[in-house]
Design a protein around this ligand. Structure first.
Ligand SMILES: Cc1ncc(COP(=O)(O)O)c(C=O)c1O
Length: 459
């Protein structure tokens, strides 16, 4: 009997939440159900998802940033299908595969000066971990610096660079000598660097958790200090790279010249996990320093053919469809229109971002009735108001967003870079309607607060 995944999906569709509760992450499945996100998605295309009943949803999460091209881009699909159809000799391992060389060539072409050596792995955390090893090998120093609120992954080494205690709690002790510096605090950074034992300062030039943007001079000055004290300056572009902020690399906004850049997420075109750590030849070769050390850092699935083909296709599409420029102009328009709502809704504290990475931060209202409702929610769990807004956007408008990290009243919008005027209009009018409803204590936005507060308190 032939086996068909299509038949399997057809037969078992709708069982996913039961299966996850039973075999995977029970807590996560419960949370999705509580917040009304337990939909039965059956199709994704471009910036949209459809559920089995045919309802359409606008996806402003982009799978945490993997769908810069939107879902199911024809060119990426074709590239992956082609390498499979061609029976390419994948993962020979004792080999130097062509597509990896070609993707490395294309990436180097898009990098700041002198970054000309590439290491391929599978995930963002893999890429950051590689940067840490490269930095230690090149500088012979042990310590790393990172920023408050930073997020570089959740493996044990990248957790040691995590600027939020919520993620670290329960997994200590983490790597010794990994210390955080507050954003914009150059004096604190210099104090740490002056000790002479820091291998690298690693940062996201716009932070994913909270969409925090540094002061204009911070990153150039920080880079200068790293050079002065012999530490490497590492830009983690896993989320902000690949055109997300209106430049191919986010660090280009400040004209930075990092020693190491990490990329992942949408490099795989939304299909194949892949990451790249790009650095100077000399730094790269400090790790692979002798012939017998040529595999001292490696990963089984690195350089696999479908991933390399997806990466090449993605870079081609970004250029061909001018998506980086599009992210800049669409993002500017969306940011301006959302910021204009601030005048009408007192609970919007800030709207910030670059390109199509936008954060909307909320603050406590002044009016007494609303303030009581806000305080009850925030006492139960910090950031609960943002969760109400996320739930309302989904419930009333079929728009998928997320609270931008634990304990913050910030929503992050991370739409595919292909969105245009129509989607901007949908986002702004939905957000406008939700905020108007949130001004009413008895409005639908607060309607489910009692139940959510109860769950938060139980947790
Ligand atoms: C800036 C940054 N670095 C690293 C990572 C880790 O990537 P992954 O989840 O693929 O390990 C993420 C994930 O969100 C990220 O945003």
């Amino acid at each position: 009997m032939t086996w068909s995944v299509a038949e399997l999906i057809e037969k078992r569709s709708g069982e996913q939440y039961d299966l996850h509760r039973q075999y995977i992450n029970t807590s996560l499945a419960r949370v999705q159900t509580i917040i009304g996100f337990d939909r039965n998605y059956s199709r994704g295309e471009g910036a949209f998802l459809w559920d089995a009943a045919g309802n359409r949803y606008l996806d402003l999460l982009s799978g945490y940033g993997v769908f810069n091209l939107g879902r199911g881009h024809r060119v990426v699909k074709q590239a992956i299908q082609d390498v499979i159809a061609l029976d390419r000799p994948n993962l020979v391992k004792m080999d130097c595969p062509l597509l990896a060389g070609l993707l490395a060539e294309e990436l180097v072409r898009r990098m700041p000066p002198e970054l000309d050596a590439v290491f391929f792995a599978n995930s963002g955390a893999d890429a950051v971990d590689t940067a840490l090893k490269f930095a230690r090998a090149a500088t012979k120093r042990p310590r790393m610096l990172y920023l408050e609120h930073a997020f570089h992954g959740l493996t044990l080494s990248t957790l040691a660079l995590n600027g939020g205690n919520e993620f670290r709690k329960g997994f200590e002790p983490l790597m010794p000598g990994f210390d955080f510096v507050a954003m914009n605090d150059l004096a604190a950074l210099e104090k740490q660097l002056r000790q002479g034992d820091v291998a690298a300062f690693i940062l996201e030039s716009i932070q994913g958790k909270g969409v925090y943007i540094p002061a204009a001079s911070f990153l150039p000055e920080a880079q200068h200090l790293c050079r002065k004290y012999g530490a490497l300056f590492v830009c983690d572009e896993v989320q902000v790279g690949m055109g997300r902020t209106g430049r191919f690399l986010c660090c280009e906004h400040w004209g930075l010249e990092p020693d190491i850049v990490t990329l992942s997420k949408s490099l795989g075109g939304g299909y194949i996990p892949v990451s790249a750590t790009i650095t100077r030849r000399k730094i790269h070769d400090a790790t692979f320093s002798r012939l017998e050390r040529c595999q001292v850092h490696s990963t089984t699935f690195g350089q696999n053919e479908p991933a390399m083909a997806a990466g090449l296709a993605t870079l081609h599409v970004l250029e061909e469809e001018r998506l980086v420029e599009r992210a800049a102009t669409t993002g500017e328009n969306l940011l301006k229109r959302l910021a204009a709502l601030q005048e009408r809704y007192e609970m919007i504290a800030d709207v910030r971002g670059k390109g199509l990475m936008i954060g909307i931060e909320f603050k406590a209202p002044r009016s007494l009735g609303l303030r009581t409702a806000w305080t009850a929610a925030e006492t139960a769990q910090k950031g609960l108001f943002a969760q109400f807004v996320v739930m309302a956007l989904m419930r009333e408008h079929h728009i998928l967003t997320q609270v931008s990290g634990p304990d913050v009243n910030i929503i992050k919008l991370l739409p595919p870079l292909i969105i245009g005027d129509e989607e901007v209009e949908m986002i702004v009018s939905a957000f406008d309607a939700v905020m108007a409803e949130a001004q009413k204590v008895r409005g639908r936005v607060w309607g489910q607060s009692a139940q959510l507060i109860k769950h938060a308190l139980e947790a």
